[in-house]
Every structure is written in structure tokens, then in C-alpha cells.
Design a protein. Structure first.
Lengths: 274, 382
């Protein structure tokens, strides 16, 4: 399995505009990692350091122990997939062709049928096979999101990064996609890193949570039950909350997992927090 | 597998439905799966239709060439033209046919070849610029190439600069056409190479060059002014064999390289970040493509003048028929651009007593056709 490590990473668009301060982070176990934090705190910025879309001002990012500075984009792309936040294209292709682009690194002469098969399987997984020949730009924001997630999944890399993959989805698919990502991480021993704003879904489905706080620092990392508490939520989001513990049990074997529901009570609005 | 999670297939948080779906996805379906076979069939059918469109354009252009050589103000019979061409190749031209032979070989053929290769090059340059800059309005005008060429040509015409055998107009037009591309690339190096920045830099340069051209034209004598105007609307009337090898070379090399970049352009079209994540350096690729198509467009307009419209409409019309996949769009645009250019030139020659320049005809007929296609189109192609 692949590992990711941040060592003393500072990132900014200039010396006076630092977005991330001294980030140290180790992801050496597979699982679904959720990144939480308020707007503008650097959630997208941090994940884009893993595939050299952003290059740190100082500090290093290691992928499987190799410094990204010594890696070409091409080599990184074989290990790390990035699913960007919602976007529309100027000239859009059909859904099937859009997803096929995800196979760019894998397809060779004559591999078209295999590539199509992977695309078809993934469209079925995300229930978008009815959209196969629709133009990407004709779709709704939620459908775009499923198509871009599919384009990410067909890349079959050991690391999958998703920037707010559930932002435009209805509640059914917010749960379905997150649950699916958790299951895929477990079955394939992958690192799946997603940015989320949903504390409930995160505390339930994430294996690990990374909380970012202003002004662009890692506030806490750990398993949801360790760090998702009222104190941390208040410090990071300036919101009062209650945590309701619960249990989810398997129908088959009866093994149970402790989960927590988060109830958000009231936002604390003072000038320091926005 | 499963060394990290002890309950891989029995995670209480993963419902049976999701679990079944993931297992099916992970293991893959069989090659004979009925729905999948249908999908493959449909996919190949749509692909075939794209090939058919390209093939149809090819057949059309061969037909158009065959007819074009027989059309012109000097009346030569349809079959006689082919007899003449054969006679010329076998070097058995009869003395009384010398004039007709001159018309076919020295006037018509170079003109047709220029139209075909020029049209292909400008259309492909437009298609690549539109895709690379993610802007439906990108072409040799909005990137400043045409204005640079126009200024260069006007300078050469005014000051009568002469270099060797090649016309100074061509050389000046080409060199000045490269300036806007250089400026765009330089600006993108200093700030960022976002498509919007680049096209705005191109537009800025365009206005500067247009203003300078206007200033020169204000002071030009009437005779020179007439030539300048003629050049600015673009014409194939000046084509002769001395230009043909350069046009064919520039066009062929540029079009072939562009078409080979189709797959990469598709990745670039998904956005800079996803392109980088797929291993493509988006900034570097965009600069390369801009340089390539800038040289391509400059190489053509410097010979035939500012025939810009083909670069804008040919790719858009092709997109309406075969979609935005650049692997098909670029070759299709090339052939369709040839068709448009040749047709516009031929129509311009036969329509009125005085031949109309190809640029004017293209705008007169291409404009309404383009607007009609936009209105007719029910779905959003871009």
C-alpha cells in the first residue's frame, strides 16, 4: 500500500500570503480520510500538494517515501488520482468519453474494449449508465459530480483524492458515495482522501479525520471518536454542538460499531471567527 | 488483502447493497455481459458515424477539386481540362492549347492547392486554440496573430522592403504575426497561464496592432491603400507555384502535429488541475500548442491575407456534427476547413463579374450558415 507524508510543509501564493503553516501529516494506513475545516482554511490547498498541483514554499511531501520534488507529474499520476470540485467544461464530450479520459494513463493501442469495460462498470456503480451518451454540460451539478467521481475511479490508483465530492449530491447519494468510498478503501487497501463539510457523515463513515483550523494549520488528526467532540468542533467551526453516541450493528454477524451523531446548535458569530 | 481491516466484508456501516455493488465493481463484469456488449456496439456505431462524417468531407472535397479545375472566367471544356492536365504531365501540350494550359496549371491549380492547405491549417489552428484556451471565440483574430500579420504586411507595402526572392510582404506578415504569440506567452510566464489571461493578452495586442495599421493606412497613397485593403480581406488571387511548397509544408507539418495532440488536448480540456493530476503539465502544453498554432496560422495568413473566419466556424460546425472529442475534431476540422475555403473561393469567382475575395465570400455565406446552425441546434454542444 502507498503512504503519504507531509514534513514541515508551508504553502502560499507568495511570502506574504501563507495559506498552510508547518503542516506535518502521516497517512500510512489505508482508509477513508476526511478533511474538515471552515472555508478558506486550506483544505483544497493541502490535497493539491499531494499531486504537485501546488508546490510548497518550504518543506517536503513524500509519496511512498519518495520526495515529490524528485517525481514527474506522470509518475505521480500513476499513484494518485485527483477528482476536482464541481466544474463545467467549455466544450463537453459525451459522458462515456469524459469518463474514458480517466483511462488516459492506462489505455494503449487495442485496450479500448478493456477501458470501456472499466468505464461501464464504474458508471453502473454510480448508477449513471443511463447518461452514457448525454453531453456532459447538459447534466445537472449532481450528475456532473457523479461523472467526475467515475472519472476518478476508473484510474484505479492506490490513492484517490476528492475535493468535496458530495457537495452537489442529494442526501441519498451523499450517504451512498461516502459509504461506497469507505468500502472501497477497505477492500482495496487504498488511501481515499475527501474534503467534506458534513460533520455527521464524516463522523460516521470516516476511518480518520483531519481537522484544519485558521489560519491554515492542522488542528487535530485521529479517528472520529477521538477528535470529533464538542470542544474541537467549537474551536474549529465556532459552532455549539452536541454529540449523541449511537451503535450500528451488522445484520449478518451482529458485530457493532460505535458511531456518533452531531447536532449543530448555534453559530457563534464574533469578528474573530469570520 | 484485508490485513488492515479485520471486517472487510462485514463492516456494519456498509450496507449489503453497497457491498454487493462494490464487489461487482471490484471483480468486474464478464466480457460477454449483455448490457456491456450493447454499450460497446452503440459506442462503435457513434464512432463510425464520426468516421463517416470525415469520409464524406473527403469525398466532397475530391469532387469539389475535380469541378474547381474546370471553373473560371477563361472557358475550357470540362473534359478538356483533364486532357490538358494529362498532356501537361506527359509533356505533350499542343501549341494552340498553351493559353488554356497556362490557365489550368499556373492559375487554377496553385489556387486550389492553396485553398485546400490554407483552409485546413487555419481551421485546425482555430480548433486547437479554442480547445487549449477553453474559449469558443479563440482563433487567429482573438489571439492577435491576424492583426500582427496585417500590420507586418502594411509595413512592407508602405516601405517597399525587399528581401531576396520571397515577397517582403510574406516575410513581414509572418514575423509580425509571431509577436502577439510571443507577448501572450511572455505574459503568461510572468503572471499565470490561465486561458483567460492569455486570450485577454491576445485581444490587447490585437487592438494595438490594429491601431498602428490604421495609422499607416491613413497616410498611405490611394494605390497602396487598395492593395492593403485587398490583402486584409484575404485573397487567393495571388497564389502561384512559388508559394505552394511553403504553404503545403507549413500546413502539413502543423496539421499533423496538431492532430497527434488530440488525446492530450482532451485531457487539457478537463481543466488544468485534472490534467496535471493525469500527468500532463497543463501550462507547458498550452504554451506549446499556442506556439504551434501561432506559427501555423501566421504561416498561412502571411501568404493569403487575413482569411480568419474559417478558423472560427469550421471547428464549431464540426463540433455540431461529431462532438468535441479532439481526436476526431482536429482531422475533421482540417478537411472541413479545406472544403469551406475552396467553396468560398470558387463561389467568389463565379458569382459576380468581378471576382470577390475569398474572405468576403466566407463571411457572406459562412456567417448566416453559422448563425442558422446555432439556432437549429436544440442541445448545447458547448
Amino acid at each position: 500500500m502507498t503512504t503519504i507524508e507531509f514534513k514541515n510543509v508551508n504553502f502560499g501564493y507568495s511570502e506574504d500570503h501563507i495559506v498552510l503553516h508547518d503542516v506535518n501529516l502521516v497517512m500510512d494506513k489505508p482508509g477513508l480520510y476526511c478533511i474538515l475545516g471552515p472555508n478558506g482554511v486550506g483544505k483544497s490547498t493541502i490535497v493539491k500538494c499531494i499531486n504537485k498541483i501546488n508546490e510548497p514554499l518550504s518543506g517536503d511531501v513524500f509519496l511512498d517515501g519518495v520526495n515529490l520534488k524528485d517525481m514527474e507529474l506522470k509518475d505521480i499520476s500513476k499513484k494518485v488520482t485527483f477528482v476536482p470540485a464541481h466544474q463545467t467544461d467549455a466544450f463537453s464530450m459525451s459522458v462515456i468519453d469524459t469518463i474514458l479520459i480517466g483511462r488516459y494513463n492506462k489505455s494503449k493501442w487495442g485496450s479500448q474494449k478493456q477501458d470501456l469495460k472499466r468505464v461501464y462498470e464504474t458508471m453502473k456503480l454510480l448508477h449513471i449508465e443511463d447518461l452514457t451518451y448525454r453531453k456532459y454540460n447538459e447534466l445537472s451539478a449532481g450528475q456532473h459530480q457523479k461523472v467526475t467521481i467515475a472519472r476518478g475511479l476508473v484510474q484505479d490508483t492506490p490513492v484517490l483524492i476528492l475535493d468535496e465530492p458530495t457537495a452537489n449530491l442529494d442526501v441519498q447519494y451523499q450517504v451512498y458515495i461516502t459509504e461506497m468510498l469507505r468500502a472501497i478503501a477497505e477492500k482495496r487497501n487504498m488511501i481515499i482522501l475527501m474534503i467534506s463539510h458534513d460533520l455527521n457523515i464524516t463522523s460516521k463513515y470516516a476511518h480518520y479525520v483531519i481537522m484544519l483550523a485558521r489560519p491554515g494549520v492542522i488542528f487535530a488528526t485521529g479517528k472520529p471518536e477521538e477528535i470529533m467532540n464538542t470542544d474541537n468542533i467549537e474551536k474549529v467551526y465556532s459552532i455549539k454542538s452536541r454529540i449523541i453516541p449511537d451503535q450500528v450493528c451488522s445484520e449478518k454477524t451482529g458485530t457493532c460499531l460505535e458511531v456518533a451523531h452531531v447536532i449543530l446548535d448555534e453559530a457563534i458569530m464574533n469578528k474573530d471567527t469570520y | 488483502m484485508g490485513q488492515y481491516f479485520d471486517n472487510v466484508n462485514d463492516d456494519p456501516l456498509v450496507s449489503n447493497d453497497v457491498n454487493t455493488s462494490i464487489v461487482a465493481w471490484d471483480q468486474g463484469i464478464s466480457d460477454e455481459d449483455e448490457m456491456f456488449t450493447q454499450t460497446v456496439h452503440e459506442y462503435s456505431r457513434l464512432r463510425k458515424m464520426k468516421y463517416v462524417f470525415v469520409a464524406a468531407c473527403l469525398i466532397f472535397i475530391i469532387a469539389a477539386i475535380s469541378v474547381s479545375v474546370t471553373i473560371g472566367s477563361y472557358d475550357i471544356g470540362f473534359l478538356k481540362v483533364y486532357e490538358l492536365i494529362w498532356a501537361h504531365i506527359t509533356d505533350t501540350v499542343a501549341e494552340e492549347d498553351a493559353t488554356a494550359d497556362y490557365v489550368v496549371w499556373q492559375l487554377r491549380l496553385p489556387r486550389i492547392i492553396t485553398a485546400i492547405f490554407g483552409g485546413a491549417a487555419l481551421a485546425v489552428a482555430g480548433a486547437v486554440m479554442q480547445s487549449a484556451l477553453k474559449n469558443p471565440l479563440a482563433d487567429s483574430y482573438t489571439t492577435g496573430v491576424a492583426s500582427g500579420a496585417g500590420f507586418g504586411a502594411v509595413v512592407a507595402m508602405t516601405f517597399g522592403i525587399v528581401f531576396g526572392s520571397m515577397s517582403s510582404v510574406v516575410i513581414f506578415a509572418f514575423l509580425f504575426a509571431l509577436i502577439p504569440i510571443g507577448i501572450i506567452i511572455a505574459i503568461s510566464r510572468f503572471t499565470n497561464s490561465s486561458p483567460t489571461t492569455m486570450i485577454m493578452a491576445g485581444m490587447g495586442t490585437m487592438y494595438i496592432f490594429n491601431a498602428m495599421t490604421t495609422v499607416i493606412m491613413l497616410y498611405a497613397d490611394p494605390q497602396a491603400l487598395k492593395t492593403m485593403y485587398a490583402w486584409q480581406v484575404g485573397s487567393l488571387g495571388l497564389s502561384d507555384w512559388s508559394y505552394v511548397p511553403m504553404i503545403v509544408l507549413v500546413s502539413t507539418v502543423g496539421v499533423v502535429i496538431s492532430c497527434l495532440m488530440g488525446g492530450k488536448l482532451n485531457v487539457l480540456a478537463t481543466g488544468d488541475e485534472s490534467a496535471k493530476a493525469l500527468g500532463i503539465n497543463a501550462d507547458r502544453l498550452r504554451v506549446f500548442l499556442l506556439l504551434l498554432t501561432g506559427i501555423l496560422a501566421a504561416g498561412i495568413v502571411s501568404f493569403i491575407g487575413l482569411v480568419g473566419f474559417v478558423g472560427l466556424v469550421a471547428p464549431h460546425i464540426c463540433r455540431m456534427f461529431i462532438g468535441a472529442d479532439n481526436k476526431f475534431l482536429l482531422p475533421a476540422s482540417a478537411i472541413f476547413g479545406s472544403v469551406l475555403m475552396l467553396l468560398a473561393d470558387q463561389i467568389g469567382m463565379v458569382l459576380l463579374a468581378t471576382p470577390l475575395p475569398v474572405g468576403v465570400v466566407m463571411a457572406f455565406f459562412g456567417g448566416p450558415l453559422f448563425i442558422w446552425l446555432i439556432l437549429r441546434r436544440s442541445s448545447k454542444a458547448w
